[in-house]
Write a protein that binds this ligand. Structure first.
Ligand code: GLU
Length: 307
């Protein structure tokens, strides 16, 4: 089966050095296996995303020399236009697991007494899972989120870069949201439904999303779909160990394009990932050099030259 990788950026700002590194690694991993690339725009959070950022993302990827076989900033590949796919996925999930309305407020979810998962997010207590029909009817005039009941069992998988992983969703995450009370689709549902529908077989992304992977694998199984191979990348940090954020405008593609030619930037990003010697390069020149073994597992300190 042909490998299918993907770019899945959120157009909530200009592409950043970290997004550029993920995009390059995803492209190199797929292309070095003779695979194809799908590009979708993850703009479900309509309040944070803007069409002009989506256009800019496509332009920045092309400028770097990265191409794709399907999608881009075109209809059908923007999550904001894919509600029917998510409705269908929700219905399929609801046939396999208990999906129920939840009226808990943010304050209730974050109550000091709530147990917290290792990443600091509160573990959902399951409070609304056992509401009676009368209790539900009494709340029906208020908008509800939809949660899915998770199993108390260990989900195990092998990350393509970080090796064996395991998570018990009931103990470490709790029933999670598929659709928010404001009607927006949750990231976990949209990303899984899209990866399944688009035939994605390999997901390459930052290690900050490693903690979402068990939820996504489980949803793929409920959808009757073989989960993709997940390969997470180390995060980029400033020399003082701080994680880089989108707020660092000097590391967005606007600023970087003003300072470097595309091959200069691509060569430097590749070298941070352990690929090549940092000299200017087109992405396609790097395909034969690419190997997951070369990429560090420790977070990567951005060299002072780039910062
Ligand atoms: N859209 C997400 C982001 O830009 C990435 C989602 C994913 O790779 O699963 O952070």
């Amino acid at each position: 089966m042909q490998v299918c990788g993907r770019f899945a950026p959120s157009p909530s700002g200009r592409m950043h050095l970290g997004n550029a590194a993920s995009a390059l690694a995803a492209w190199l991993s797929a292309r070095s296996q003779g695979g194809k690339m799908v590009f979708r725009i993850e703009d479900i959070d309509t309040a944070r995303c803007r069409p002009e950022y989506a256009r800019q993302l496509a332009d920045d990827l092309r400028w770097m020399g990265l191409d794709w076989d399907e999608g881009g900033d075109v209809p059908g590949y923007r999550q904001s236009g894919r509600a029917a796919v998510y409705e269908d996925a929700l219905a399929r999930i609801a046939r396999q697991a208990k999906v129920y309305p939840c009226w808990c407020t943010r304050a209730e979810l974050h109550a000091a007494s709530a147990p917290h998962a290792s990443d600091g997010t509160p573990l959902y207590s399951g409070r609304c899972r056992s509401l009676s029909d009368e209790e539900r009817a009494a709340r029906a005039d208020r908008p509800a989120a939809l949660r899915v009941e998770v199993p108390d069992e260990m989900i195990t998988w092998t990350d393509g870069h970080y090796g064996p992983q395991k998570e018990n969703l009931a103990r470490e995450c709790g029933d999670f949201v598929l659709r928010r009370s404001d009607g927006l689709w949750a990231y976990q549902l949209a990303v899984t439904a899209d990866d399944a529908a688009m035939g994605v077989t390999e997901v390459v992304r930052g290690r900050d999303l490693l903690g979402s992977t068990a939820r996504q694998i489980w949803l793929h199984r409920l959808l009757g779909h073989e989960p993709p191979r997940y390969c997470h990348l180390p995060l980029l940090t400033a020399p003082d160990g701080r994680r880089l954020s989108k707020r660092e405008r000097d590391l967005d593609l606007g600023a970087l394009r003003a300072r470097y030619s595309a091959p200069e930037l691509v060569g430097r990003i590749a070298a941070m990932l352990g690929i090549g010697d940092g000299s200017p390069a087109e992405p396609r020149d790097l395909i034969p050099l690419f190997s997951w073994d070369k990429i560090p597992r420790q977070d990567i300190v951005v060299p002072p030259g780039l910062m």
